[in-house]
Design a protein around this ligand. Structure first.
Ligand code: SF4
Ligand code: MG
Length: 330
């Protein structure tokens, strides 16, 4: 059972006058078929950057400086622009925080959908319109026959995000990347969109990479979760494990906060201090200045992900040698 998405030692860099900034630093993860992987962390942790690197939409001068991205086994990090453009939409669907990123206010909802459907299939105009109607009703838009010829501004925020989800599904993508898909929505609507993504992922066999700062959304939606900090993965594991049995001190801090839908950014982190700027990533474990459990080695050596309970964590506390030493000492 091959993963739909494999990311291996992905590195994203930005050359600046002051030197090269590393926004994503050698991260590796995978998403299996039909799986929802939540990617969570404070803003600036590199979540969105990871998503945009995967879909080939990094804004210059940002660039992939190392590693590989594979979609169903095929490398996509080094594809020619045109080919990658076709893959977006066809094999990878996208849902962003602001639906108007994906919708042109000058075109009807039906136009968006039928154009996308026809780009990625050989359906006739009439067939494409029928498919568009089906998709609209599948994402829960009432009276699609009436709504299809309306413009984006005639839809509420929640309904617009449903349209974007329908748009992302037009070509039956293998992977959907959703970046803060519910952040701009009312709490009650958030839950609906989340359930919609979940259901569609199951029914269409697509995999979802769900990027959010909201641990509540992750807890309700994801199968596994990757916690990012300062451009790295701090912890990755089954969602219930990570929520109930955090293995990385940073995750523990995150979980000290409210795991319910609608938790705000301020609620997220109960850890003193803030995430370092990219220009000032601390040596060793980047979390050490904030970590209540930091010890000498943390300041000198950078931990990689290692087995920790039923998850993996990039933390020296889980190094077998460290555990042995601690037992020996005490
Ligand atoms: Fe804390 Fe050290 Fe673990 Fe980093 S490696 S999280 S500083 S204990
Ligand atoms: Mg972001």
């Amino acid at each position: 059972n091959r993963p739909v998405l494999e990311v291996e030692k992905l590195r994203v860099e930005f050359p600046t006058r002051k030197g090269t900034l590393r926004a994503v630093d050698d991260i590796s993860f995978h998403i299996d078929e039909g799986e929802v992987l939540g990617v969570v962390g404070e803003s600036g942790a590199g979540k969105s950057m990871t998503g945009t690197a995967i879909i080939g939409l990094l804004e210059p001068p940002g660039r992939i400086a190392g590693g590989e991205v594979r979609l169903e086994g095929e490398r996509i990090d080094n594809l020619p622009y045109e080919k990658m453009r076709r893959y977006r939409g066809a094999r990878i669907g996208m849902v962003f925080q602001d639906p108007l990123t994906s919708l042109n206010p000058l075109y009807t909802v039906g136009f968006h959908l039928t154009e996308t459907i026809r780009t990625h299939s050989d359906l006739s105009e009439k067939q494409a319109r029928q498919r568009a109607l089906d998709l609209l009703s599948e994402v829960g838009i009432p009276a699609p026959e009436r709504r299809i010829d309306q413009y984006p501004h005639q839809f509420s925020g929640g309904m617009r995000q449903r349209v974007v989800v329908a748009l992302a599904l037009c070509a039956n993508p293998r992977l959907i990347i959703a970046d803060e898909p519910t952040t701009a929505l009312d709490v009650s609507i958030q839950a609906q969109i989340i359930r919609l993504l979940q259901r569609l992922c199951r029914e269409h066999g697509a995999s979802v990479m769900l990027i959010t700062h909201d641990m509540g959304v992750i807890a309700e939606t994801a199968d596994r979760v990757a916690v990012m900090y300062a451009g790295r993965i701090a912890e990755v594991g089954p969602v219930q494990e990570v929520v109930k049995n955090a293995q990385h001190p940073y995750t523990e801090g995150l979980m000290g906060a409210i795991p319910t839908i609608g938790g705000t950014h301020e609620d997220l982190v109960q850890i003193k201090g803030s995430m370092p700027r990219l220009t000032q990533i601390p040596s060793g474990c980047a979390f050490h200045p904030r970590c209540p459990k930091a010890f000498d080695r943390c300041r000198r050596e950078r931990p990689e992900l290692m087995p920790a309970g039923r998850s993996e964590a990039a933390c020296w506390l889980h190094d077998p040698a460290e555990k042995g030493r601690r037992r020996g000492n005490g």
